[in-house]
Write a new protein. Structure first.
Length: 455
């Protein structure tokens, strides 16, 4: 970074709130995609005014700024060759919990786990539950529109954003949205900002909706001889009006990999379905379990297990929690996608994924959120030199998913890793609209440039 820019930031923030130490730059050069790009400098703004001043300087000197929460993103959104705007040092306060209005006002780098711990004494919770909840930030959740296992019942992060304070790419501090449950005045700017991956504005404060915590939960595990039976059973359960808070599946490759880690599933269980129900009235949950048992009978499950205590609950969830780790036997590198489909197309997609795997001699284990059609599609490479072949396989998977009416990503976002596939999913007219929206918020394209296929 050029010395005069460094001098400006030093004077603005104090020496302790910036770094260009190679060790620090290296720490901020990657996220969970394991892509690596060295930034030019890392800044730790103390407040909204600092951010406004940094954005103004970046506009004048055309310097790229990369907002960063906890750096757990799965698409490379928080890395880049410019200045990292690291929020985790000074933007971690919960400002006000409001149990009557069921909302919380907080700074964006509060971790999901810290928020839910603070809400527990109020019997409240923030439902978006990415598997990264112990180390991801709520600002990162909103910027990625993160989901999780409970999205089927509780929705995704954007459903919980009531209002926000932002600094736009153009350098304006604005409050967007209202703390009301209904709001149709003007364009839905919050809708645009949710999932915008730090390309339009920086969140400096958020007000999020909360839910009262359900008092009871029950988990079930079902095994099936085929993924088709599992999918049809799942969708019959949903169509009968039962909405579990989680409905997760493991395909045959994942089940086999888990059995190598710990022999837990019998041979005739080629696909595993795990369901969690929650609510405040235990007899209602018992009734739903009996309904599920009746529905499942038509699909001849080889396992039907209901957790009777905390230990059995843990055993039921062991497979899902360890699916990623178990699948690592299939290769030295994983290309990790989160393709999402209209529910009824999931069995068709999974069959095609198997065929694509056979065509390229690659293992493609799939697991995840069968209830909302969000499939973690993992292409494993036995050696690193097979990367181009892996990318061809991914292209075919995307192409097939799009032909079924699906989308490139259900929760991990586009960032850098999926940028090149955006023209497959959108017409030039869509991409032009996206660029015009970006230009309206960020006229000099300083915020997270080269992301989301907007170049
Ligand atoms: C093991 C593991 C499991 C995961 N499970 C899930 C899952 O179940 N569901 C899911 O959806 N995701 C999951 N993720 C992905 C990731 O944790 C989420 O996307 C999370 O919301 C990212 O939050 P973060 O604070 O780490 O954001 P970062 O990685 O720091 O940033 C993500 C994006 O948000 C932008 N951003 C961050 N803070 C701000 C801000 N204040 N203002 C503007 N833009 C900002 C960044 O520029 C970047 O584009 C998982 C990741 C891991 C490693």
């Amino acid at each position: 970074m050029n010395p005069s820019a460094l001098e400006f930031f030093k004077t603005l923030l104090g020496e302790e709130n910036l770094s260009n130490d190679p060790a620090v730059l290296s720490t901020y050069s990657y996220d969970s995609t394991r892509l690596e790009i060295l930034p030019s400098c890392v800044l730790f703004p103390r407040n909204t005014q600092d951010i406004q001043a940094i954005v103004a300087y970046a506009n004048t000197h055309k310097l790229p700024l990369i907002p960063r929460g906890a750096g757990s993103g799965m698409s490379g959104g928080s890395i880049g060759g410019g200045i990292i705007l690291a929020m985790q040092k000074h933007f971690r306060k919960i400002l006000h919990i409001d149990p009557l209005n069921l909302c919380v006002r907080l700074q964006p780098c509060v971790l999901n786990s810290a928020l839910n711990s603070a809400l527990a004494p109020h019997n409240l919770f923030f439902p978006p539950d990415p598997a990264s909840a112990s180390f991801s930030s709520v600002g990162g959740n909103i910027a990625e529109n993160a989901g999780g296992m409970c999205a089927l019942k509780y929705g995704v992060s954007k459903d919980y954003l009531l209002s926000a304070e932002i600094v736009t790419g153009g350098g304006e501090i604005l409050r967007v949205g209202h703390n009301t449950y209904k709001d149709v005045a003007g364009y839905n700017l919050l809708g645009l900002l949710s999932g915008s991956e730090g390309t339009l504005a920086i969140f400096t404060e958020l007000t999020l909706k909360l839910k009262p915590k359900p008092t009871h939960q029950r988990s079930l595990l079902l095994g099936f001889e085929s993924i088709e039976s599992l999918a049809h059973c799942s969708y019959t359960i949903l169509s009968k009006g039962i909405t579990p808070c989680a409905m997760e599946f493991l395909d045959t490759l994942t089940t086999q990999a888990l059995n190598k880690l710990k022999p837990i599933y019998p041979k005739n269980a080629q696909a595993i379905l795990i369901i969690k129900l929650d609510g405040n009235f235990l007899p209602a949950l018992e009734y739903e379990i009996e309904e599920i048992r009746k529905i499942a009978k038509d699909f001849s499950p080889s396992i039907f297990k209901i957790a009777q205590n905390a230990q059995e609950e843990e055993e039921i969830w062991f497979g899902r929690k360890n699916a990623s780790q178990a699948n690592s036997i299939y290769g030295v590198k994983k290309l990790n996608e989160d393709i999402t489909l209209p529910r009824s197309c999931v069995p068709n997609f999974l069959q095609e994924a198997k065929k694509i795997g056979e065509k390229y001699s690659l293992k493609i284990p799939c697991f995840g959120h069968i209830g909302d059609g969000n499939i973690h599609t993992n292409v494993f490479l036995p050696s690193l030199d097979l990367l181009p072949i892996g990318k061809d396989a991914i292209k075919e998977l995307f192409s097939f998913a799009l032909s079924l009416g699906g989308t490139l990503s259900g929760e991990h976002g586009i960032g850098i890793s999926k940028s090149e596939y955006m023209p497959m999913a959108f017409l030039p007219q869509h991409l032009e609209l996206f660029k015009n929206i970006k230009h309206a918020f960020d006229p000099n394209n300083i915020l997270n440039p080269h992301k989301m296929g907007l170049d």
